[in-house]
Design a protein around this ligand. Structure first.
Ligand code: VL7
Length: 138
């Protein structure tokens, strides 16, 4: 039985988000504004079906997918790239691979206690968030 990560999660820690954005080619001005955001992650999980909305004062980003099914993802409003994405449970970690122009791109979510973590990977760089945290480690 898989973990349930549904809920509304407030960022509390954010590490190396700027480096993640650099790896995706986000311009300086956008990075400075985006780096100040306290984002919220709203996750709906219904069996194999997920909807994730990253909510911020600047813009929102929504993606919906089914576990194990490849889908076309356009990172609209972010770096606006097209990816063939697939999300799977690997143990208790929810792992997304985003095949496209960037190598080794994707993200991983997992729970630790009552906190949600997120590692973002872009172009060989890595980032990480948590629950009410956003952590990024490159
Ligand atoms: C992660 C932002 C930086 C452009 C704007 C900043 C707006 C709020 O992949 C993501 O989430 C996954 C895993 O939880 C589910 O879709 C979105 C957002 C990273 C990348 C690019 C800066 C411009 C930030 C939307």
């Amino acid at each position: 039985m898989s973990v349930n990560i549904s809920g509304t999660w407030d960022m509390v820690i954010n590490v190396n988000f700027d480096a993640y954005m650099v790896s995706l080619g986000i311009d300086f001005a956008t990075r400075k504004v985006a780096g100040l955001l306290k984002t919220q992650k709203v996750i709906e999980q219904d069996g194999q079906f997920f909807t994730m909305t990253t909510v911020s004062a600047l813009r929102n980003y929504k993606s919906s997918f089914k576990i194990g099914e490849e889908f076309e993802e356009v990172t609209k409003g972010l770096d606006n790239r097209k990816c063939q994405s697939q999300v799977n449970w690997i143990g208790d970690k929810l792992v997304c691979v985003q095949k496209g122009e960037k190598r080794d791109r994707g993200w991983t979510h997992w729970l630790e206690g009552d906190e949600l973590y997120l590692v973002l990977r872009g172009g060989g760089d890595r980032g990480r968030w948590g629950g009410a945290h956003q952590l990024c480690i490159i």
